[in-house]
Design a protein around this ligand. Sequence first.
Ligand code: SF4
Length: 127
Amino acid sequence: MKKASACRRIDYPKPDGKVSFDKLSSVFISNTNHEENQPPHLKLKDPSVPIEVNLALYDAPEQRYCPAGVYEIVRDDAKEGEEGTNLRLQINAQNCVHCKTCDIKDPTQNINWVVPEGGGGPNYPNM
Ligand code: SF4
């Protein structure tokens, strides 16, 4: 993976709702479901890496390569009208469609995908 400093930002067109769709609409169609209180199946080996390495050097690529919008950089201390400074990676594991891209593509192999409890995940009845 190239560092962000060596790349040009790509402005993708917004989904039109006819032939292209936003990630969360597609996750909804997959009937993805995980038990609410199960242990997280996406684990970080080192919780400091997403901000100190991935965001700093690669502009947090997990926000883009994950097809289900599971990873988001959020600001914990943001108040209305202010940006906030305390950055952290939020993992919306309940949306995961089990493609395992994050387990393979994370620049430092810091994300570990493990099998979720109870057969949770996407449900594609016609496959
Ligand atoms: S396995 Fe795929 S869908 Fe799940 S968090 Fe990783 S990249 Fe996203």
